[in-house]
Each structure stands twice: as structure tokens, then as C-alpha cells.
Ligand binder design. Structure first.
Ligand code: FES
Ligand code: FE2
Length: 422
């Protein structure tokens, strides 16, 4: 990974693509496509706050800078406590509803200790199972995605399960005389679909309570964006040599835009200016397009199309980042594998009406550009090279400024969650 990252850092800027120009072009080409019904009051208040912050050239800020010791990124015992308190207990985003839109569609979640299949049954419900046969444990599903409308057939000895996970057939049943089939369906994993997002528990024995997890305010707000209507997913897994918190940190501030993304995002968004709001452990971060001040100045309140001039990201704890721009929804799912290895699942969904998705390969270009940006301009700086410097023992701590408020909040949430778990 280190080698690959080093090469990526030196990738010429033109290869990265001008995301900002493309997004501006999308605005012209598609006009004000109303694909998400945002709450006018929310957009108004975020815009007002952002305009003030732009005037002051500062984001929402923490009272002081903080430091985080290198051991937080390197110590296996520290990592084990985090994993037990956070990633073994809290809901995980398995996929979006649109990834399993049809009966029988399934997705495999491989990055947790428990191998999981999430599927839509013929009744239209979403269910999750442990990807392990009740006979001798073989996995039923070997692809990341597919369709199993007829149910799941174990490839080892041929036990068959319905799409609901019930054991319906045992090969050579006389050998298992007395075994109650009803007791030997696939092991279910708690799972719930909400606002176009499919959440699962990370373990079969971990309860899932989305009302408590999201809280009423965030629950209401996520409903506004109609994530259940997105289409056209592109995704790519990224394996990174670096602690999971370094990956998380790359998404939580706009301070790095002016330098790291000077050729793309910074030409489109105002760098180092963003709002930060907490919803319990979760956060909302809003960034202004450079067009926002002129748009507000030129239009009466009732004529404004504020959502075309804002980027509103939701950071769900732990490890779920939803970057919500007018035309696309970009999703990052962070899965720690060990103290120094992390898998990120990067996906991009279109919010444009289906007939526009193929328009000049626009969506494909946006995906490539978005993926190149994180691969070339975020992860090499924030994750791989930073982890290497920490691991060398020569850098004793990292420093997070007042302008990195959401990053600071996230460290506080991690600490509180680990402490509460005892
Ligand atoms: S392990 Fe599945 S049928 Fe034997
Ligand atoms: Fe970035």
C-alpha cells in the first residue's frame, strides 16, 4: 500500500479531473432538477450561518486546538477496546435500499468479524443472515452482490434455504433423522431499512435500535433527502495501511480543501468554512458552493434554490459518511480490520432522474473523479503517510486545530463510547 500511495501522491493534477467544473456543468445541463425535497428552513438556516462564516473566513470552531497521542493510532490494546465498544456493537450501514431494490437481491458484508448477507425477500422486506450454513458452516454466498430469488443453496453438501432463511431441504435427509428443520434456519442478524439506508448489527447477538441510534432529529432530517430514490451505484473497496480514525478524519473538515484539493474541490467550494452540528454521536457538516453569496444576493428568498449551492454531509458514528450534493450521494463506509489496516467501501449514487444517468457518461465521470480525489488527495496524506510517520515513533502526537471541530467532536465521541463500555 505504501508504494502505491507514494505513486498516487505524484499523480498529475489533470488526471484527477476537474470535479468542480463537472459539477458546475451538471448544474447548467440539468438545471434545477428537483430530486431531493430538502427542508426550506434547514437550507435557509445553514445558508445564513455559512454566509456569516464566509464573511469571517472561519468555520464553526472548537475553543482550542487539541492533541491526540500516537498510541491512539498504534496500540493494539487501544484498538481492541475501540473495536469491542464501537464496531462490535453499533449499527453498520450494509448498503443502500437501491442496492437491493428487487426481490432476491443480496449484498455480502465481508468486512466484519461476522460474515453477513443482506437480502430483500419476495415479500419486499429486508433481512440479514449470517453467511454460514447450519450444517458445517460453509458460506452460502461468494459474490459481493447477486440475486437469490429461489433462496440460498449451500454449495458444500446442498442444504437449501428459502429467501426468508428457513431450512427447506437437506440432502440425504435420512442421515439427519430427528433434526428439526424449523430450528435450523439461517442465523438472523438484526437488520432494518430506513430512509433508503440498510442498517445491520455487526453481530447476530447485538441488538439494533435505530430510534435510539439516530435520535428523533436526525431521523426526521435524513427522511428529507429521499436517499431511497438514488440510482446507479458505482463502488470500489479501498484497503488502506492506516488506523481507522485517520480515515475518518479525512472527511471531517474543509481545512484541507485549499491545499489538497486546490485543482478541483477548492475551485467549487469555499475552503475552511463549514458548519458543524451534532446529533448525539452523529454530525452534520455543511459547506458552501462559491456561488452561494451571489445567488443569495441576486434572488428573493422565495426564488432561491439553496440546495444547489450547498454540500451537506452526514457523518454517522461509527464510520458512515454520506456526502450529499445536489446531483450525487457519495457514501463512505469505514471498516477497521486491525490497528493499522482499514477497508473503506466508497460508493457513488446518482440523484438525477434515471433517463439522465447515462447522459454523456456524466455519472461515470463524476464517480471516477470523486474516487480519484480520495485516492490521490485524501488517503495518501491523511492516512497512509500519516500512519507511517506515527508508526516510526518520531511523531508523538497529532494536532487538531480549532477549525477542525468535527474531527475534535469525533475524538470526544470515540472516547465517551469506549469509556461508557467500561
Ligand atoms: S456445509 Fe452446507 S450443506 Fe454442508
Ligand atoms: Fe478531501
Amino acid at each position: 500500500m505504501e508504494q502505491a500511495s507514494a505513486a498516487l501522491v505524484e499523480a498529475p493534477a489533470e488526471k484527477i479531473g476537474l470535479m468542480g467544473e463537472m459539477m458546475a456543468e451538471a448544474g447548467k445541463r440539468f438545471g434545477h432538477v428537483k430530486t431531493a425535497t430538502a427542508d426550506a428552513e434547514l437550507l435557509q438556516s445553514l445558508s445564513e450561518r455559512l454566509l456569516k462564516l464566509i464573511g469571517n473566513k472561519r468555520p464553526d470552531e472548537a475553543p482550542t486546538y487539541i492533541t491526540v497521542p500516537a498510541s491512539a493510532y498504534l496500540d493494539p490494546a487501544h484498538f481492541a477496546r475501540e473495536k469491542a465498544a464501537i464496531f462490535d456493537r453499533m449499527p453498520i450501514l450494509a448498503c443502500l435500499s437501491s442496492d437491493i431494490a428487487h426481490a432476491g437481491d443480496y449484498r455480502r458484508v465481508q468486512e466484519l468479524d461476522t460474515p453477513i448477507i443482506v437480502t430483500r425477500t419476495r415479500k419486499g422486506e429486508v433481512k440479514a443472515f449470517v453467511n454460514g450454513c447450519r450444517h458445517r458452516g460453509a458460506a452460502l454466498v461468494y459474490d459481493d452482490a447477486g440475486n437469490a430469488k429461489g433462496g440460498f443453496l449451500c454449495p458444500y453438501h446442498g442444504w437449501a434455504y428459502t429467501d426468508e432463511g428457513d431450512l427447506k431441504g437437506i440432502a440425504c435427509p435420512e442421515a439427519f433423522e430427528g433434526l428439526d428443520k424449523k430450528e435450523h434456519g439461517l442465523v438472523q442478524v438484526p437488520c432494518e431499512e430506513r430512509h433508503g439506508l440498510v442498517f445491520v448489527s455487526p453481530r447476530a447477538d447485538a441488538p439494533l435500535d435505530l430510534d435510539t441510534f439516530l435520535g428523533p432529529d436526525l431521523d426526521r432530517e435524513l427522511a428529507l433527502w429521499q436517499f431511497d430514490k438514488v440510482t446507479g451505484a458505482r463502488s470500489e473497496p479501498v484497503a488502506l495501511k492506516g488506523n481507522w480514525k485517520l480515515v475518518y478524519d479525512t472527511f471531517l473538515e474543509s481545512y484541507h480543501f485549499a491545499q489538497a484539493h486546490k485543482n478541483n474541490l477548492a475551485t467549487f467550494y469555499v475552503p475552511n468554512v463549514n458548519t458543524v452540528d451534532r446529533f448525539g454521536k452523529h454530525q452534520r457538516i455543511a459547506v458552501a458552493n462559491r456561488t452561494l453569496p451571489d445567488h443569495v444576493a441576486a434572488h428573493a428568498p422565495e426564488e432561491r434554490q439553496l440546495q444547489d449551492h450547498l454540500l451537506i454531509a452526514y457523518v454517522l458514528f461509527p464510520g458512515i459518511v454520506l456526502i450529499n450534493s445536489p446531483q450525487i450521494l457519495e457514501v463512505f463506509r469505514i471498516f477497521p480490520q486491525s490497528v493499522d489496516t482499514t477497508i473503506v467501501q466508497h460508493s457513488c449514487y446518482s440523484k438525477l432522474p434515471a433517463e439522465m444517468n447515462g447522459n454523456d457518461g456524466f455519472f461515470e465521470m463524476v464517480w471516477q473523479s470523486a474516487h480519484n480525489i480520495v485516492m490521490n488527495e485524501d488517503f495518501p496524506f491523511g492516512v497512509t503517510t500519516a500512519h507511517r510517520a506515527l508508526a516510526s515513533g518520531s511523531i508523538k502526537e497529532l494536532i487538531f486545530g480549532r477549525n477542525e471541530l468535527a474531527v475534535q467532536n469525533n475524538y470526544a465521541v470515540i472516547r465517551e463510547t469506549v469509556d461508557a463500555a467500561g
